[in-house]
Design a protein around this ligand. Structure first.
Ligand code: 3PG
Length: 214
């Protein structure tokens, strides 16, 4: 077992709150509240807003005020983004990979980090750095559910949120694995639906995703 499993209780709470975490790329901060409401109303409470657009930090702040929402920041690459997202109100951080600098920053921080890994050596490195709750990214191209099945027998203390290329159709094969707590994906917020402010469609997609774990 790792000497210290960093933020594992807080991350377990996040990862068990819903079977699917919508990975959100937001262009207009004005969309944040209706988008978050649609997802929460559909049954998906945990929302990951990626720091890929200028509107992201404002959107995190706005979404954090939506009742029932647990809002985190995604695509957190360095300590500066970690701080900016925490200041905006993010309750958890997700990174596509892990560096020593990011791990050191997370270790001293109240807001937990879910770091990304893709290979056995990266899992071992993350484990050595104290992490036992991990994002498996990019899931589909890094071996998909079969890779996670392989990791399950070797890394018995690690739990995953796979993301990257996952769809409503492929999500159940991941959620059936004992080492998968939840999956993440952008299929809940199709760019055309968000552009058209079609919140009913987003809510419907969320409702279907929320039903994936019986
Ligand atoms: C991520 O940041 O996890 C991915 O961009 C989500 O992947 P997807 O867009 O393929 O669902």
């Amino acid at each position: 077992m790792p000497q210290d499993t960093l933020h594992s209780a807080a991350l377990d709470a996040v990862m068990s709150a819903a079977p699917v975490i919508p990975v959100i790329v937001i262009e207009r901060a004005d969309d944040a509240v209706p988008l978050a409401r649609a997802l929460v109303q559909g049954g998906l409470r945990v929302l990951e807003v990626t720091l890929r657009t200028p509107a992201a930090l404002e959107a995190i702040g706005a979404m954090a005020a939506v009742e029932g929402a647990i809002v985190g920041a995604g695509t957190v690459l360095d300590a500066q983004q970690y701080e900016a997202a925490a200041a905006a109100g993010a309750q958890f951080m997700v990174s596509p990979g892990l560096t020593e600098a990011l791990a050191a920053h997370a270790r001293g921080h109240r807001v937990p980090l879910l770091p990304g890994v893709a290979t056995a050596s990266e899992l071992m490195r993350a484990r050595e750095l104290g992490f036992s709750r991990l994002k498996f990214f990019p899931a589909e191209s890094a071996g998909g559910a079969n890779a996670l099945k392989g990791f399950a027998s070797v890394f018995r203390d690690l739990r995953f949120c796979p993301t990257g290329g996952i769809t409503a159709a492929s999500a159940p094969s991941y959620l059936a694995l004992p080492n998968v707590a939840c999956v993440g994906g952008s299929w809940l917020t199709p760019a055309d639906a968000v552009a058209a402010r079609d919140w009913a469609r987003v809510e419907q997609l969320a409702r279907q995703a929320a039903a994936l774990r019986a």
